[in-house]
Structures are given as structure tokens and as C-alpha cells.
Design a binder for this molecule. Structure first.
Ligand code: NAP
Length: 330
């Protein structure tokens, strides 16, 4: 978002050894330490941070063929996520091609259990390695111990938020093609560009890139955190209440009998899509209401006031409290 105050100390981390040295340095100084990846899904307090920010630049991409077309990939947490996706589709692997062009690093993907177009990281991650700041040891955490939920994991919630510095993730992918049915946006693209062949991972990646580029701002050019609110997950009673009052509302059955409602639709319905707010210098993106962009905001407090306007308008009309997706650090 290009907002918030400065950190007192910042260091790039390229290895487990550098991580330990930096962690011990902060401990000796009596300073708090936090680790970030690409910074795409966080914003900072105006007060800044009186501690050490460690930027994860740990690289690595080890591809082990397991037989029967299955591959295990151990990926350094500091790898640029989209480059990882590009490499997997070049090998013909399916499982993460729908997560193309998502900004940030590989180590960031389990934190909010990144997902898109029917794929999500929790479906393919077998385990990850992290430095546990409590025990000051490297630990291997299997998928079952990550407490994955919809855009959720133990790494972004109490009591473990900030406890683990993720150093690598291990994925299990397989050679093959993504299976239909595809999301509407993908289907619409396929119908407009008919091809004789089946959809390969490379094709689905290209389609997702086209879709994302057509409706999302490039974070290198326009300051934003991607989707600023999670899509609400509602129980049956709440979904039925909304469908009775708003018959056009898109409502998708999700896990455990719950229903997902597009937060972008809710924001659009309260008239805040493409809303350029002169008071805060913030706006919602003209082509996607879920993306908040910093046009000329001066501070994080401008962002928070803008966020509140959206929360209030959606709550007043739909009686739904949107939950923000990016983390406010520290
Ligand atoms: P979208 O595709 O319009 O989807 C909005 C909501 O409707 C999401 O909750 C999505 O579920 C659900 N949905 C749409 N079509 C569906 C289908 N055929 N089956 C089941 N559920 C369906 O949203 P968008 O904002 O344009 O984003 C495109 C994709 O990127 C979505 O999958 C979205 O979730 C994902 N995304 C993820 C993140 C993240 O991981 N932090 C951030 C931004 C966008 P799902 O969320 O389960 O897909």
C-alpha cells in the first residue's frame, strides 16, 4: 500500500544460518523481530516498527519424481511465487496453475492458504519447514498441523501468529491436466477462444493471467494489497436470508455446507465500486471492487478510515461484517 512508518532495522535473509544470526542479534539487542516475504499482503502502522524486519530471500527448487507422474517439490520460502508456478507448468505439473500471477513469495502462500479458481495451497502442500521462535529450533510442520481453513491457517491467527518463520514449503503435484468444471471466468474465456485440445496446466495458467491482468491493477504501478476483504462464508440460515432479500446474490456452496458470497458483489451493490474518495485519497478499483488502491493517501489511518466506510456500508445493507485479508504489521 506504500503507507505506514519506517522500521528501525531491516535485513535480507538468504539462508537458515543468516536467519539464526539475525534472530539472535535482535534477541541480544532486546528487539522484536518479524519476518516478511514479498510484502504484498501486509501494510504497516503509521508508528513504524521499533525492531528488526527480516525479509525472506531463501531460494531453492528441488523437484523429486516419485513415480506414477507424482512429484514432490521442496521450494525455498523466498522464491517468487509466480516463478514457481511457471516452472511447474513447464514440467506439465498440475495443482497450482490456477494460482498464477498471485504476488508474493512461496512462503507466504500457506499463511493465508492462498486459493483461486478452484485450487488452493492446502490441497497440495504436504509439509513446511519453519524456524519456531518459541523453541528456537527448525521444525517440520505437516499439512494436518497447519490448521488450514478458507484463507486461514495457524500462521495468521492467535496464538501462533508471528511464531513461525517459514523457510521452505513442500508440495505434491502430478503430471496431468486440470479437470473441468472451470470457474465462470475461465469458461467464458474458453468459449471465446475455442481450441481443439484439452486444457493443459500451461493453458490454464495463461488464461488466469489474462483474466487477472484484465481486471486487477499491477501492484508495481498502483499501490494495493490485492483483495482487501475475504469473501464471506455464511451458514445456511444466513445464505437463505440474503437470497430471500437479494434474489440476484451469487452464492456458492463451499466446504461443510457453508456458502461463499463474493465480497466484490456486496461492495458493488452499495455503490462503492470505482469509488474515488477525496477525503482519504483511497479508492476501490474501477474493474474490481474488492481491490483498495492508494491513489494519494498520506497514512495508514487514511486507509483505515476508507476501509471503515466500506465496512459500514456493507453492514448497513446486508448485515454482514467483512473481514480484511491483508495483515496489519507489526
Ligand atoms: P470470483 O472468481 O468472482 O469469486 C468470488 C467468490 O465466489 C469466491 O468466494 C469464489 O470461491 C466463489 N466462486 C466463484 N465461482 C465459483 C465456482 N465456480 N465454484 C465455487 N466457488 C466459486 O472472485 P475474484 O475476486 O474475481 O477472484 C478470482 C479467484 O481468485 C477466486 O477464486 C478468488 O477466491 C481468488 N482470490 C484469492 C485470493 C487469496 O487467496 N488471498 C485473493 C484474491 C482472489 P473461491 O474463493 O473458493 O474461489
Amino acid at each position: 500500500m506504500r503507507l505506514g512508518g519506517p522500521a528501525d532495522h531491516l535485513v535480507d535473509i538468504h539462508s537458515r544460518q543468516e536467519l539464526i544470526e539475525a534472530f539472535n542479534w535482535a534477541k541480544d539487542q532486546g528487539l522484536p523481530a518479524i519476518m516478511i516475504g514479498g510484502g504484498s499482503n501486509i501494510y504497516w502502522r503509521d508508528e513504524g516498527f521499533r525492531g528488526l524486519v527480516m525479509v525472506n530471500k531463501i531460494l531453492g527448487y528441488e523437484d523429486t519424481a516419485l513415480g506414477h507422474g507424482k512429484h514432490s517439490l521442496r521450494i525455498g520460502a523466498g522464491e517468487i511465487w509466480d516463478k514457481v508456478v511457471a516452472r511447474t507448468v513447464q514440467t506439465g505439473l498440475t495443482g497450482i496453475e490456477g494460482l498464477s500471477l498471485i504476488p508474493g513469495t512461496a512462503g507466504g502462500t500457506p499463511v493465508q492458504n492462498v486459493g483461486a479458481y478452484g485450487q488452493r495451497i492446502s490441497r497440495v502442500l504436504t509439509e513446511l519447514e519453519a524456524f519456531d521462535c518459541q523453541t528456537q529450533q527448525f521444525v517440520t510442520i505437516p499439512n494436518a498441523d497447519c490448521a488450514f481453513g478458507y484463507r486461514e491457517s495457524r500462521f495468521k491467527s492467535a496464538p501462533d501468529q508471528g511464531r513461525f518463520f517459514i523457510t521452505s514449503i513442500t508440495l505434491r503435484l502430478k503430471i496431468g491436466n486440470p479437470a473441468p468444471p472451470f470457474y465462470d471466468a475461465v469458461q467464458v474465456y474458453l468459449e471465446a477462444h475455442p481450441a481443439d485440445t484439452v486444457v493443459t496446466p500451461m493453458m490454464l495458467r495463461d488464461i488466469v493471467i489474462q483474466i487477472r491482468q484484465s481486471k486487477l491493477p499491477d501492484p508495481a504501478l498502483v499501490a494495493n494489497n490485492g483483495s482487501f476483504f475475504a469473501n464471506p462464508v455464511l451458514d445456511t440460515a444466513n445464505a437463505q436470508r440474503l437470497q430471500a432479500n437479494f434474489p440476484d446474490i451469487p452464492c456458492f456452496p463451499g466446504d461443510d455446507g457453508m456458502y461463499k458470497v463474493p465480497a466484490a458483489w456486496l461492495i458493488e451493490q452499495v455503490g462503492l465500486k470505482g469509488f474515488h474518495d477525496p477525503e482519504t485519497g483511497m479508492a476501490t478499483w474501477d474493474k474490481h471492487a474488492l481491490v483498495l488502491v492508494n491513489e494519494h493517501a498520506k497514512s495508514t489511518s487514511d486507509l483505515l478510515r476508507f476501509k471503515q466506510k466500506i465496512l459500514d456500508a456493507v453492514a448497513a445493507k446486508f448485515d454482514i461484517t467483512l473481514v480484511q485479508e491483508p495483515e496489519q504489521l507489526p
